[in-house]
Design a protein around this ligand. Structure first.
Ligand code: SAM
Ligand code: SF4
Ligand code: F3S
Length: 436
């Protein structure tokens, strides 16, 4: 009987997409997917190291898995992804019960590593590759209306606070042909929406074909005109007039852009090595809004970065008020050893103060999100149905092209349908309506 594997995925969408690649690799080797951890012969944690609490979460998970291993000594536990790439072999000593460690560029080696792990040899591989994109592996995607299409890996930006350039290595792009083939396959398999993925998706560059992100996006949009096309995460410095034109003129490319700003203070942005000022960011926002009517913008924000004064914090608040993001992922700064900030800047904002600033940012964002959503009340929006709502099987959940979540009464529609919904009420997170 084939061995069963269960994979738990943490962190960003890149990690979710990697899990789909690993699943494909392991299925190909004769493994079966376990329905639960209790059925599994092998449990794999695909991990995230971006913030301190992300790592704590993995260590807690390993604590829980130790009890399982005591009951079933033959159970193998592997830790893969960004945490092992960041801590390397030290991770074996940080938590008991780990049988193997693998970094993000080594997944093709997993089958061999699992065999060595079952012999008690505790293999570990952290090799970085400047070529690996897993381009020809067809991911084993879960069924659903949407699919991730990874187009590039790694990051060359070296933002001072960030572990990603260390955990994911240098930027490299998947060849245009391989992306287009994947998209065509998805289009003919009933998928309704794709999200092009990269840590820094708009710095995509297939050097062999001299194809950059605007061209890739346009070609993907044209190759699959019936699919909605999204992309994430964009870096402000790589938002070009060309890219904005493609979004504005290609009908099926969604008019929502996730554009992390991190801080509203040019002084802090420079210390963060973000490569742009507050004014340059605001100029890009104006360019986007002028060219793409109705576009929604979202962002990432960090409260309490090294040296952040109250005045810097107020500039973040004022930038939020000026841009009016539809939503934001908001964090307080946590030092990541080995990063440029950890090496050369003082983490001098007290934890309590970081939390206070973060709470202020969250409160403001909730108010702005609620106001943005309230503006949709009374209008009719087009919704791509994704699933039943968590609240009730009589309700469906879907998204607008602007990435707003809509919950509405079922009336015979199914996931995958495009329906018109009249918006009746709104919260900071959701629009509520009825089929028009
Ligand atoms: N590549 C994207 C970008 O350029 O913004 C996202 C990178 S990161 C995976 C996602 C978010 O985590 C960042 O945008 C940042 O807001 C946050 N983040 C990264 N490092 C952090 C740290 N040390 N402390 C707090 N938040 C952090
Ligand atoms: Fe991290 Fe900056 Fe790269 Fe985003 S662009 S992954 S924040 S280094
Ligand atoms: Fe985390 Fe690695 Fe993604 S550190 S955010 S899983 S690239």
């Amino acid at each position: 009987m084939s061995k069963k594997v269960y994979i738990r995925t943490f962190g960003c969408q890149m990690n979710q997409a990697d899990t789909e690649i690993i699943t494909a690799l392991l299925l190909d080797e004769g493994y079966a997917m376990a329905g639960s951890e209790d059925e599994a012969d092998l449990i794999v944690l695909n991990t995230c190291a971006v913030r301190e609490n992300a790592v704590e979460k993995i260590l807690n998970q390993l604590d829980q898995l130790r009890a399982k291993k005591r009951r079933r000594p033959e159970l193998l536990v592997g830790v893969i992804g960004c945490v092992p790439q960041y801590f390397r072999e030290k991770l074996f000593a940080m938590a008991e019960g780990i049988d193997f460690l693998a970094g993000p560029d080594t997944y093709r080696e997993l089958p061999g590593m699992i065999v060595r792990a079952s012999q008690g040899r505790r293999p570990a591989d952290f090799t970085h590759s400047i070529h690996e994109t897993y381009a020809e592996i067809e991911p084993a995607r879960p069924s659903g209306t949407g699919a991730f299409v990874p187009v590039m890996r790694g990051c060359n930006n070296m933002c001072a606070f960030c572990v990603v350039p260390f955990t994911r290595g240098r930027e490299r792009s998947r060849p245009l042909r391989s992306v287009l083939d994947d998209v065509s396959r998805l289009a003919s398999s009933g998928c309704r929406e794709i999200t092009l993925l990269g840590q820094n998706v708009n710095s995509y560059h297939d050097a062999l074909n001299d194809c950059r992100f605007p061209e890739l996006l346009e070609q993907v949009g044209l190759a699959a005109p019936d699919l909605r096309v999204r992309f994430t995460t964009s870096h402000p410095k790589d938002i070009s007039p060309d890219l904005v034109r493609v979004i504005a003129t290609t009908d099926n490319i969604c008019n929502s852009i996730h554009l992390p700003v991190q801080s509203g203070s040019s002084r802090i942005l420079s210390m963060m090595n973000r490569g742009h000022t507050r004014e340059e960011y605001l100029d890009k926002i104006r360019m986007i809004r002028d060219a793409i009517p109705g576009v929604t913008l979202s962002t990432d924000l960090i409260a309490g970065f090294c040296g952040e004064t109250l005045d810097d914090h107020r500039q973040t608040i004022s930038l939020m008020e000026e841009v009016r993001f539809d939503f934001a992922y908001m964090f307080h700064y946590s030092v990541r050893p080995g990063t440029p900030a950890a090496k050369s800047l003082d983490d001098d904002v007290a934890k309590e103060e970081k939390k206070r600033r973060l709470a202020e940012i969250i409160e403001l964002q909730n108010r702005i999100s609620a106001e943005c959503h309230a503006a949709d009340i009374g209008s009719v929006v087009e919704v791509l149905v994704e699933s039943e709502s968590k609240r009730s099987s009589d309700m469906l959940m879907g998204r607008t092209k602007t990435n707003r979540v809509v919950v509405f009464g079922r009336k015979g529609s199914e996931p995958g349908d495009l329906v018109k919904v009249r918006i009746l009420s709104a919260t900071s997170a959701t629009l509520l309506g009825e089929q028009a």
